[in-house]
Design a protein around this ligand. Structure first.
Ligand code: DLL
Length: 434
């Protein structure tokens, strides 16, 4: 279902005309109001008026997360602080937090885009939307909440945590939509079963899952376990929380990125050169309408590609393909590039293994080692040791065959890996802890 039919089906030519007008506007705004950007423009000798076409975007230097850190907390705001009605911040697990300011118009736009996104997943005003993303400085909770309210649905602002209680709320309030990370969805499902609540028997019908990478195999697994459509939602604190891009339930094949508000590019993460549509690289986003903290050519570190082919749902906005991980998530094991989701896909395909896993990277005698720790389900746990060893060998062989890396596989008892209430911690890299 379309939420904003006119905007979501704009012909390509009109999208591009709108994008250029808005790009020129945002360049003029940041040049006038953000010393960091004025300096950048002046240094390379360009003026906002030099941006005459969308391809002129390439004249502008990138913005990086470090730039936001360097200007902590308000240095990149483009409006006076009193015009900011909300602050959100990134978790800061990998360094200083990054603070973003929203004007009222920014919040209205965000709610509209989050509503478009939920709508694309099949959510309507008749739904009961249980939001189990964390509320607070993290954008997940308030972002999904704003979208569900704008849509007119009934919102349950559960936030993260108190997992067992949440399973009762899901049942008692008759939730039809669940918004949380895919790993937390599985944790909720598991806790539900322990409480005698089977999600397949609830009216639950749609999941809007994001905030962390997950594989297509994981989607199938969740859909089968919970009896729902598991839909992929993308966003990031620096640009806007959930609702930057969303899959449509009609095609379930790529996430529509709302191009009237964001201008996407894919670049080669090493050379910084733009790549043509279809090629995989790092997603770079320019905010076209944001007032509080507009960002030009922000390097997301997320790996994906752009698909401009028409979609069966009728939306004309470009699709980004399922996020293949972050450039900084990529493990290099003895020179081989490995993404956690590639290993996840191999694990989940084995019956008796749970989707709870962790990758432990270390260095022994100057050589990288990778250990895959994965929980087995209760039934398999009582099986013979020989059977378990065979399973370990099978996974080891598959990973070697498909990814070319030698690993050690360790099967663990059910529940031995700590559950996260937000983003799952998949990698423990002991090399960086030395
Ligand atoms: O995770 C915003 C969000 C909340 C998105 C709820 C979706 C749902 P951050 O904490 O700043 O913001 O983390 C952003 O998470 O750059 C990606 O690497 C990753 N990410 C977000 N959505 C997806 C997704 C929120 N659907 C970072 N698939 C991003 C893969 C995702 N990775």
């Amino acid at each position: 279902m379309l939420f904003n039919t006119r905007q979501e089906t704009l012909p390509r030519e009109e999208i591009e005309t709108l994008q250029l007008r808005r790009l020129q506007d945002v360049c003029a705004r940041v040049y006038a109001n953000v010393p960091f950007y004025r300096k950048k423009f002046d240094e390379i000798g360009i003026q906002p008026s030099d941006i005459k076409s969308l391809s002129d975007l390439q004249l502008i230097p990138f913005t990086e997360k470090q730039d936001l850190r360097d200007h902590y907390p308000y240095g990149l705001f483009a409006v006076p602080r009193e015009n900011i009605v909300r602050l959100q911040a990134s978790s800061g697990t990998t360094g200083k937090a990054v603070v973003l300011g929203y004007t009222q118009r920014d919040l209205d736009n965000w709610a509209e885009m989050a509503a478009r996104s939920l709508s694309a997943a099949g959510v309507t005003r008749k739904d009961v939307v249980h939001v189990a993303y964390g509320y607070g400085l993290f954008t997940g909770g308030l972002g999904a909440h704003g979208g569900a309210e704008a849509l007119g649905a009934t919102v349950v602002p559960a936030s993260g945590g108190a997992t067992r209680r949440q399973t009762y709320l899901l049942r008692d309030f008759g939730a039809t939509v669940l918004c949380c990370t895919p790993s937390y969805a599985l944790h909720l499902w598991e806790s539900g079963l322990e409480e005698g609540i089977d999600f397949r028997e609830l009216p639950l019908r749609i999941g809007c899952f994001g905030a962390e990478p997950w594989s297509e195999v994981m989607r199938k697994d969740i859909e089968q376990k919970m009896g729902i459509d598991a839909m992929n939602i993308y966003g990031l604190s620096e640009i806007m929380g959930p609702g930057v891009a969303m899959e449509c339930v009609e095609a379930k094949n790529g996430l529509h990125l709302w191009e009237d508000h964001f201008l996407p590019e894919i670049i080669d993460p090493v050379t910084g050169k733009q790549l043509p549509p279809g090629e995989k690289g790092e997603l770079v986003l320019t905010t076209l309408t944001k007032e509080g903290t507009p960002l030009l050519r922000y390097r997301t570190r997320d790996l994906t590609s752009l698909d401009y082919t028409p979609c069966s749902c009728g939306r004309t906005h470009v699709r980004i393909t399922r996020l293949a991980g972050r450039t900084d998530d990529m493990l290099i094991i003895r020179g081989v590039n490995v993404f956690p989701q590639q290993i996840e896909a191999i694990i989940i395909e084995n019956e008796g293994l749970s989707p709870n896993y962790q990758l432990i990277v270390d260095r022994k005698d100057n050589l990288d080692t990778l250990e895959i720790c994965v929980e087995i389900d209760g039934q398999l746990f009582s099986d013979e040791i020989r059977h378990l060893q065979n399973l370990e060998n099978r996974i080891q062989k598959k990973v070697k065959e498909f990814l070319g890396v030698t690993t050690r596989v360790r099967l663990l008892e059910p529940h031995s890996i700590e559950r996260s209430q937000g983003k799952a911690k998949r990698i423990i890299d002991k090399r960086t802890m030395l």
